[in-house]
Write a protein that binds this ligand. Structure first.
Ligand code: SF4
Length: 292
């Protein structure tokens, strides 16, 4: 009998069998596990369009954010976990609703499981964009396996400082890892490209979640993005943070952001010269402004 392959696909390099007895950091099982799939309306206009985004939420995550808005599906193995025997059928039922894309949320722990699925999907649906909606805590060598299978990368870049990333998400070496990840995603796809209807069909857009008091130093992340890509990248500046899950254990993040905090970072972005992307109002999760 062949030896079971141990999981080292993300920067945690757990060497885990992903069984109940030998769980990795993410606690993901060794089978494709989906908590829900739906037509989603809350993404940026280029992703949602007028028909919605065909979103598939995978269970578990390789970042353990204390303020995670999806914590029931991202951090508890007791959560509803549909073993996705036929993910292609899920994709198919979303396409029947005329969605603009297939949007894979928190897919990183399942990268190897998804590769054959995406190969088959792309064969029969070459024009439907596949979105990799991840936290950027990924390995470049793993991401390279997705080249040609993913059309749009939507990575977060969450923290500029190592200590902040450890404190709020329990992940080492996040900033440097995210930088390498985003450079690789951009190498594969370039800047976000929209079709004549304003729908994204290819490229990379980086999401920046503003935390209270700019504790994750979005200003520094913006500076790095500008120095690295200038206007050859789309930015989504997100003002939708609200305290949930264990955020009340951390008084400094146990509140929503203010409009002033958001506007300061929007000002940094404008002053740097960014022209492509989306902004919101502080506290809004569904309103997006396409120009800034
Ligand atoms: S995907 Fe999960 S089990 Fe695999 S290396 Fe990353 S955290 Fe560990």
């Amino acid at each position: 009998m062949g030896q079971k392959k141990l999981c080292n696909i993300c920067p945690h390099e757990c060497d885990s069998a992903r069984t109940l007895e030998n769980q990795g950091f993410c606690k993901a099982p060794d089978e494709l596990c989906v908590s829900d799939y739906m037509c989603h309306w809350g993404e940026e206009p280029a992703i949602t369009g007028k028909n919605g985004s065909g979103t598939v939420f995978f269970t578990m995550c390789n970042m353990l954010c204390v303020y995670c808005q999806n914590y029931p599906i991202s951090q508890s193995r007791d959560t509803i976990c549909q073993v996705a025997i036929d993910v292609l059928a899920m994709f198919g039922s979303l396409l029947e609703k005329s969605v603009h894309n297939i949007n894979l949320v928190s897919p990183t722990p399942y990268t190897l499981h998804l590769i054959p699925v995406l190969k088959e999907f792309k064969t029969s649906n070459p024009l439907t964009p596949v979105i990799w909606n991840s936290n950027a805590y990924e390995k470049v060598e793993t991401l390279r396996l997705l080249e040609g299978l993913v059309d749009i990368y939507l990575p977060d870049f969450r923290y500029w400082d190592e200590e902040t990333a450890m404190k709020y998400s329990h992940i080492p070496y996040y900033p440097k890892t995210a930088q390498k990840t985003i450079i690789e995603m951009h190498r594969q796809t370039g800047n976000l490209v929209l079709n004549d209807d304003g729908i994204a069909i290819f490229g990379t857009m980086v999401r920046l979640l503003v935390l209270p008091d700019n504790i994750n130093r979005v200003d520094m992340i913006l500076r790095w993005l500008w120095e690295t890509f200038e206007n050859d990248i789309h930015i989504s500046l997100m003002g939708q943070y609200f305290p949930t899950y264990r955020a009340n254990d951390y008084p400094e993040i146990d509140r929503c952001i203010t409009q002033q905090e958001y506007d300061y970072l929007k000002g940094v972005m404008l002053a740097l010269g960014f022209e492509n992307g989306y902004t919101q109002r502080a506290g809004s999760s569904s309103e997006w402004t396409p120009d800034f």
